[in-house]
Design a protein around this ligand. Sequence first.
Ligand code: IPE
Ligand code: IPE
Ligand code: MG
Length: 253
Amino acid sequence: MPKDDLTRPAATMPRHIAIIMDGNGRWAQQRFMPRGLGHRAGVKTVRKIVEYCGQLKIEVLSLFAFSSENWRRPEEEVTLLMSLFLSTLQSEINKLKKNNIRLKFIGDRAAFSAALQDMMTDAEAQTQSNTALTLVIAVNYGGQWDICQACQTIIDKMANGQLPEQAIDAELLNQHLSTADLPNPDLFIRTGGEQRVSNFMLWQLAYTEMYFTDTLWPDFNETTLDQAIVSFQGRERRFGHTSEQIAGITAPS
Ligand code: IPE
Ligand code: IPE
Ligand code: MG
């Protein structure tokens, strides 16, 4: 399947939705509650949106859970986010299995405890043959990290003879990104009002349709996701072509 499929009419459902789940802290602060309660409320939204994307038969849902820059937060908040991540993983794994959801983590795992790394590997292994939604959780992820690790892997493979010496092109890089087995996101959503990418999938978002909403992540729901999808369906994706060409395209050129 091509990374950017020109044959799909714009009014179809996105194959891959990527979300920056932002606004948990402000949601809590508006209620005079500690930020941690915002993160807990955010986990409930994750459950809701994962379930709904399953119903909509979305192929891939990617959620930005913790960026490589989020280590800069107060230690107490980082600790809470890590324990929430661990407990959610433990409590949700059976439901994911039951719902035929394949779980995949992207990001630099080296920073996590051995126990957490094992749990992540185990959760992926337990769901690897599932065929409904692929749920990608980006933890300690950065788009710049992803491009660097892909380049490093390519260089290492060339050095030890696994890959012939060749110029790096987009396809070769694609094959070494942490998303190599996935289509690129069709729809990017950022909740919480900020209009920036914050080092999410920098390479993969090259031709993604962007949608920004002021809704804070704990308030995001099926209806607000529908609004984003309707906005997506109203866009004309040209991938560099003219509008007239798009009207006549029947096969990738
Ligand atoms: C997003 O919500 C969750 C993470 C980054 C882990 P925030 O915690 O960034 O919420 P705001 O932006 O402070 O409201
Ligand atoms: C982006 O949100 C990262 C996640 C949602 C995990 P941030 O709240 O960390 O982004 P900035 O710092 O406002 O750009
Ligand atoms: Mg934020």
